[in-house]
Design a protein around this ligand. Sequence first.
Ligand SMILES: [Zn+2]
Length: 202
Amino acid sequence: MRPDAAIQIFEEVGAIRHGHFELTSGLHSGTYVQCALVLQYPKFAEQLGRALAAEFMDLRVDCVASPALGGVIIGHEVARAIPARADGKPIRAIFVERDSLGTLTLRRGFRVEPDEHVLVVEDVWTTGGSTCETIRVLEEAGARVVAAGALIDRSGGKIELPVRTEAIVDLKIESYHASECPLCRSGGVAVKPGSRFVRSGA
Ligand SMILES: [Zn+2]
């Protein structure tokens, strides 16, 4: 899938919004990308998962791991598109999630085998923080993280991770620390675009 074809899908479903936002990372931005609005359509999730998996066809991947919640659906679809393992075992899609202290961890009985080759998949990279933390959790559990992928890298290529990285779309969207945000300086108040969905679902 060409990057412009992916962007067209995001724009068609209104998954790219403009305003003044406080992102999950705490950074402020004039643009917000809500991948859930794309991934709510299994057809698009499948197409994008296949496109992201295609970036890693030269690697051995036994398992896909994602940070919950944002990475779960796309991680599942990437795993579906990964070719069968040489040892005949089925490809898995697992996820890490935050415990009561807010630390990402493997729960629900998820385990990794020693030297299991894992691909970490997330929906959007802003700072890459969740992917970085996911890599650490898996390596501490004994896996070998071979690469990391995302639907959208909104850092403009500034992401630095300890493994190879591939994103379907590189969006150069500026993000700012609140103290340096030009939208705040001009008197605006940042909104947390995801928060009302969290509350209505609680
Ligand atoms: Zn701001």
